[in-house]
Design a protein around this ligand. Structure first.
Ligand code: AMP
Length: 283
């Protein structure tokens, strides 16, 4: 496994490999890897000749009062997991190299970024689209893998890739959960033991809604009431958003149908967690 920090070196290596006809699979991350990341890496390993993992805590996708400075980092452990997953290249650019003085270009996906996390985190998805677009140009992937845990992010990347005719196949992968249902996230490391317990309310709400839907309930208002009630039972939890939306367009859903997205962001203490599910689809 090779570690590369230089953008120029990564790009020239990728271009040379492509010339040899190699198919590059790419998993962009912010590091502090867990089993969710590993599932993306293993699928990338299966589908590509060459597997590239990027670890970059992207400053331009964090708001002024967010957790950029304290975002968890452990490069040694990440490299161990990467090696276990068969990664060929770990790309770890420096922020100053990614955004040198004079940098002024942004990719903005308009409609898909208005609701949900886009509304709570202004500018977040411009930062995500810009860095992913830039990483695609550096790494030259044929295939890029993303988790549906970040459902809106995946929709934004798919849209950007199609709109800008990027020659990359975007693959969405299922949410990997802890044994008790909590969606894996690097940010789970912020949770105290009590908060870790409280955080289960997200999954409880998802399961309650899924059960009601399976039993035939189609009223968004009633499904919403039930999910909100479950989360409000947790004193440490504060709903940022909890919404039903069309799984493709992310427009507000009038009634629940197969493929309707339930998406939520909930603060547990100071930690903001997201989770989601598609009704009528497998968990
Ligand atoms: P992050 O390091 O949080 O930026 O995540 C990097 C990639 O891993 C993104 O495509 C995420 O959607 C994906 N990911 C994060 N958590 C999970 C999870 N629990 N299950 C599946 N994919 C995940």
């Amino acid at each position: 496994m090779q570690l590369i920090a230089s953008i120029a070196q990564m790009q020239s290596l990728a271009l040379a490999l492509k010339q040899q006809g190699k198919h590059i699979a790419f998993v962009p991350t912010m590091g502090f890897l867990h089993e969710g990341h590993a599932s993306l890496l293993r699928e990338g390993r299966r589908r590509g000749d060459l597997l590239v993992l990027s670890i970059f805590v992207n400053p331009i996708q964090f708001g002024a009062n967010e957790d950029l400075e304290r975002y968890p980092r452990d490069m040694e452990r990440d490299c161990r997991i990467a090696a276990e997953c068969g990664v060929d290249i770990v790309f770890t650019p420096a922020a100053a190299a990614m955004y040198p003085a004079g940098f002024q270009t942004s990719i903005s996906v308009r409609e898909l970024t208005r609701p949900l996390c886009g509304a709570s985190r202004p500018g977040h998805f411009d930062g995500v689209a810009t860095v992913v677009g830039k990483l695609f140009n550096i790494v030259q992937p044929d295939l890029a893998l993303f988790g549906t845990k970040d459902y809106q992010q995946l929709a934004v990347i798919r849209r950007m890739t199609a709109d800008l005719s990027m020659p990359v196949t975007v693959v969405g992968m299922p949410i990997v959960r802890e044994a008790d249902g909590l969606a894996m996230s690097s940010r789970n490391a912020y949770l105290s033991p009590d908060e870790r317990q409280s955080a289960l309310c997200l999954y409880r709400a998802i399961n309650a809604v899924r059960a009601m839907y399976t039993a035939g309930e189609r009223s968004v208002a009633l499904l919403l009431d039930s999910a909100q009630a479950i989360i409000r039972q947790e004193p440490a939890a504060e709903i940022d958003y909890l919404e039903f939306r069309d799984g493709e367009t992310l427009e507000t859903a009038a009634t629940a149908v197969d493929g309707t997205l339930l998406a939520m962001a909930v603060k547990i203490g100071k930690t903001r967690l997201i989770d989601n599910t598609l009704l009528g689809k497998e968990l």
